[in-house]
Design a protein around this ligand. Structure first.
Ligand SMILES: [Zn+2]
Length: 195
């Protein structure tokens, strides 16, 4: 699936643990995107395309970090940085695996290639994971899931008072929440009207 869908999945998961702080939520959300850093070679490929030294980094390395070994590295890093070490790193591990699951079910390439997940790389070539029912990267379920997750992110922002913008700027996030509550009603007022 695309990075936006992965990110929103990680964000939804991060919101399941109310005790996480801003930094820890960011770690859980980003853990659902980070396996795709192995696809960044696509940028180099694009730059070198047509030159005498053109590269094929994307097809060579994409999915090489979609592995248990990298998941453990990412979880260990979050364990070192987080305050709630165990909770954060366990959610990071889960978030990383949700990425793998999403790729497994809905990331068939336009050319039909399944992009198997080399779960045991770089130690073993065994355990390449694919799923027969896998749908395409641009298939409707991916759009439906993305729209659903986006709606959930908006709802959570309105309800809890923070959104993914908090990773970029606290001020921008506050403005966004203000605008959201001005449009859809403040939580307190909703509560009062019920009384
Ligand atoms: Zn991926």
């Amino acid at each position: 699936m695309n990075p936006v869908t992965h990110f929103l999945t990680g964000w939804a998961l991060a919101n399941c643990a109310p005790s996480l702080d801003r930094k820890e939520r960011a770690m859980v959300a980003l853990a659902c995107v980070i396996p795709d850093v192995d696809g960044l070679g696509a940028i180099v490929d694009l730059v070198t395309r047509g030159s005498a030294h053109h590269t094929e980094l994307f097809s060579q390395y994409h999915h090489q970090l979609h592995s248990l070994a990298f998941a453990i590295v990412v979880a260990a890093t979050s364990f070192a940085i987080a305050r709630r070490r165990w909770l954060t790193s366990l959610l990071v591990l889960l978030s990383f695996h949700l990425h793998l699951l999403e790729d497994l079910v809905g990331s068939r390439g336009p050319d039909g290639y399944q992009w198997p997940i080399p779960y045991l790389a770089p130690f073993s070539e065994a355990g390449q994971m694919t799923w027969n029912g896998q749908w395409g990267l641009n298939a409707w379920p991916n759009f439906a899931i993305t729209i659903g997750l986006l709606a959930l992110a908006f709802f959570l922002a309105w309800r809890k008072g923070f959104s993914p913008l908090e990773m970029v700027s606290k001020r921008a996030d506050e403005k966004f929440i203000e605008a959201l509550r001005a449009r859809f009603g403040a939580r307190e007022r909703v509560g009062e009207s019920r009384r």
